[in-house]
Design a protein around this ligand. Sequence first.
Ligand code: K1U
Ligand code: ZN
Length: 171
Amino acid sequence: MAILPIIIAPDPKLRKKAEAVTAVDPEIVELMENMLETMYLAPGIGLAAPQIGVSKRVIVLDISKGEGSPDPICMANPKITWCSDETVTYEEGCLSLPKQYDQVTRPAKIRVSFLNKKNVQEECEANGLLATCIRHEMDHLTGTLFVDHLSHLKRTMILRKLKKLKKLNAS
Ligand code: K1U
Ligand code: ZN
């Protein structure tokens, strides 16, 4: 397994639309395992392949936050099949936008179909933080960041701050 560097915004790689995978073959299983290891080390509760520079529709999640036993979830080609009208608001963060947090409102419950690690099509229902995290990670697959759900002013301020920090770290 390997720890992969996480891309920090602003970066055009985070804005690209990811490609569907044809099947969860050994190469995709290895990608999923590397993504999980990278996510746990960060630490985070989710990670999408574009965040490590791989433009594929693959996400991993574990919202157990180290409390109790780990509960890793791997999804390829996730697709929302239903979402509730009821919404829920969480303070979101993103490993690609370090130390930036804000409230985002999303559907409280969702149903999602996906290919699992065994290349079998599955459908599951999620609510609360798991539903939010799945939507957050799926946003990464279309080049959307959580700041895109905020006001223009907040988004611009956060992205400007990160651009300055990147410049500073490079010099
Ligand atoms: O996509 C990412 O960059 C991961 C992101 C996922 C996420 C967080 C909060 C709401 C929705 C989606 C993170 O994991 S940020 C780090 C974080 O939230 C966390 C880290 C350790 C323990 C608990 C939370
Ligand atoms: Zn994110």
